[in-house]
Structure formats: structure tokens, C-alpha cells
Design a protein around this ligand. Structure first.
Ligand SMILES: NC(=O)c1ccc[n+]([C@@H]2O[C@H](COP(=O)([O-])OP(=O)(O)OC[C@H]3O[C@@H](n4cnc5c(N)ncnc54)[C@H](OP(=O)(O)O)[C@@H]3O)[C@@H](O)[C@H]2O)c1
Length: 226
């Protein structure tokens, strides 16, 4: 049984990742910035889930959660950085820099904070894993136009993934990024072709598969170009 922490777990892809892991018998630490929303998302009483308030934008919130969970659980097998926002669709020639900073706060600095504070728990696992939920919109070959802040935040997250994977090789911790595809959620919208089950699938695969590489970008369980 793996112990897996998921951020932004109260809805969308994060919630589905938790549900798939629970149905496979794993222990889930479902994190969200609002305990009420977490309780509504996971009303069932089971021994396999722990609900934790964690706002990825707030260093104090991440540090406090890590301190509490370290005492409670000591070790963590997997961290899934799923929390993200997708506001703004401007080009760089018309960019709202405050809005870009807001996107980076969640999509780029959020995973950086979470990884930093939860690394001591991951280092205690036999083979810790970090999965950064990125997006094809951050693929270098797809930096076309529109959604500049979002694209750059995910391209930055991808670069962070490569750097951290290299830094952590000595600890045996595997760090990968993945694109869930275009998924029907509040962010993806109702036009999206893929159900949440498919959006969550590769994250669950990367969390549980016996042997995986490190420092790669995946879609549909397969490595893709950065
Ligand atoms: N849907 C797609 O088509 C698609 C495609 C490519 C990549 N992605 C990526 O997949 C991930 C999940 O997306 P989704 O479609 O499931 O989005 P979603 O339905 O909008 O859900 C986003 C989740 O992130 C949480 N969140 C936002 N800011 C947070 C913060 N500061 N601290 C903690 N949690 C925060 C939200 O919590 P609240 O309820 O509190 O706001 C919510 O639980 C994101 O990283 C997104 O960029 C999605």
C-alpha cells in the first residue's frame, strides 16, 4: 500500500486521482485549501484517506501541513502536484503581468513549495516519487500563441521537473511531469473530449508502476518531448 499526497484534491483531476488510488487500496492524503470542500468531495468514512488543508500559494500553509503530516505519518511514497489554475488567455504583446504572477504563484511556485517541504518525508520512502501535473500547453514545440501565462507556468514546471529529477537521483526519488490531455473539468470545460478517468490515469500509473524512469514528460503513460 502506497501513501500518496495529492494537492487540489477536492475536484476535477485531483479528486479522480484520489478515487482511483483509493479503489486500488492505497492510502491517500487529499489536500485542498478548504476543509469544507474536501469533506464534500470525500463524504465516505474510510480508514484509507486523510483530509489536509493545504494552500499551495501559501508557504506557511505548506510548511504547517508538512510538519503535521511528518509527525502523523513520518514517510510518504508519492507527492502529486495537481493543484493548478488556468486564468487568462492573452498573448505576450497584451500580457497582464500581475495575472501571470498569480498563475506562476500556483502552477510554478506551488509545486516548488510542496516539493521542498515534503522532501524529508519522501526521502524516507524506498523509492519516493514526485509527479507534476503539467500540460501540453507548456510543451516547447507548442508555444504558439494565447494563454501566455499558463503556457509559461507549465513550461517552467517542466524545467523544474528536470532539475529536481537530477538533484534527487542520489536519493532514488523519481520526478516526472505529465499532461493529462484535454479533460472535462471546471478548467477544461464541457467541450473537452476526455473524461476525468483518462486525465487521472497517467498520474496513477506513474505513482504505482513498479519500474519507472525519472526526469521525463508523459502523456497516455508514454514519454513525450518537452
Ligand atoms: N482539465 C484539463 O483539460 C487540463 C489539461 C492540462 C493540464 N491540466 C492540469 O491538471 C491539473 C488539474 O486541473 P483540473 O482540470 O482538475 O482543474 P480544476 O477542475 O479547476 O481543479 C483545480 C484544483 O486545483 C485547486 N487549487 C487551485 N489553486 C489552489 C491553491 N492555491 N492551493 C490548493 N489548491 C488549489 C482547486 O481548488 P479550489 O476548489 O479550492 O479552487 C481545485 O481542486 C492542473 O494543474 C491543470 O493545469 C488540466
Amino acid at each position: 500500500m502506497k501513501k500518496v499526497l495529492v494537492t487540489g484534491a477536492n475536484r476535477g483531476i485531483g479528486k479522480e486521482i484520489c478515487q482511483q488510488l483509493l479503489s486500488l487500496g492505497h492510502f491517500v492524503i487529499a489536500c485542498g485549501r478548504d476543509l469544507g470542500k474536501l469533506k464534500s468531495a470525500f463524504p465516505q468514512e474510510t480508514n484509507n484517506i486523510f483530509l489536509q488543508v493545504l494552500d499551495v500559494n501559501n508557504e506557511e500553509s505548506v510548511a504547517e501541513a508538512a510538519k503535521k503530516l511528518q509527525v502523523k505519518f513520518s514517510k510518504l511514497d508519492v507527492v502529486i502536484n495537481n493543484a493548478g489554475i488556468g486564468v487568462g488567455n492573452s498573448d505576450l504583446d497584451d500580457v497582464d503581468i500581475e495575472e501571470v504572477k498569480q498563475i506562476f504563484e500556483t502552477n510554478f511556485f506551488g509545486p516548488m513549495r510542496v516539493n521542498k517541504y515534503f522532501l524529508p518525508m519522501l526521502k524516507k520512502a524506498i523509492e519516493g516519487r514526485i509527479i507534476n501535473i503539467s500540460s501540453g500547453m507548456g510543451e516547447l514545440a507548442s508555444l504558439t500563441s494565447g494563454y501566455a501565462g499558463y503556457r509559461l507556468s507549465k513550461a517552467g514546471l517542466n524545467a523544474q521537473t528536470i532539475l529536481l529529477a537530477n538533484e534527487l537521483k542520489g536519493y532514488g526519488i523519481k520526478v516526472n511531469a505529465m499532461c493529462p490531455g484535454w479533460v472535462k473539468t471546471d478548467m477544461g470545460g464541457s467541450e473537452a473530449p476526455n473524461p476525468v478517468s483518462q486525465g487521472a490515469d497517467t498520474a496513477v500509473f506513474l505513482a504505482l508502476e513498479e519500474k519507472i524512469e525519472t526526469g521525463l514528460f508523459f502523456r497516455n503513460r508514454t514519454p513525450i518531448n518537452w
